[in-house]
Design a protein around this ligand. Sequence first.
Ligand code: CTP
Ligand code: MG
Length: 196
Amino acid sequence: MVDLVGALLVIVQAIFAMLPAYVANPMAVLTGGGPPIDGGRVWRDGRRVLGDGKTWRGLLGGTVAGMALCGILSVAVRAAGAEGSLTDFLMPGWGGLSWVYVGFLLAFGALFGDSVKSFFKRRLGRDRGAKAPVMDMYDFVLGAFLWAGVLAWPWFSGAFHLWAPWHVLVVVVVTPLLHRSVNIIGYKMGKKEVPW
Ligand code: CTP
Ligand code: MG
């Protein structure tokens, strides 16, 4: 017999932990533009290092937005958590870690992963915006896991090891769904040139 409530709790906890990383990408799309991170430079293969789709403004806007969301969620959860119960549930591993730190690592890590993905996309000869389904969907998850996993281990182990590996499985399943829906919305809004 599957423990439905337990499963639901794992889903909520995993998605909550990833929210600052999830918001970084769409906010980079909204705030992006201007000088590209690679400064227009090309790699030895004659193609751009990262391309015009990775800009300083997008990196900054996405990181700040992710940190802001992390701060809002942190304040909201702490205010709503009676005797710390909700806080313990949604922010189990935060301990003494500040939302500034957790938010930065998740949001910046997500966009770092996104840029590393673009680097490899360019090396494979794919132009800016070209489809790279698996890479495009998991780049920011890997980036956020890497940065937060290494530099905020107490947070990461609390958020993802409590009932692991189920939390990680939730992120693996939910991410493509969220990614696709958000990109279709961005495309319809005219903020993204392609719906992926
Ligand atoms: N964006 C940005 N800076 C970033 C990330 C994104 O300015 N660090 C903006 C760009 O306008 C970009 C858009 O968000 O075109 C969509 O992001 P994404 O899909 O990640 O980039 P692509 O244009 O698809 O480029 P790539 O092929 O390199 O992924
Ligand atoms: Mg893209």
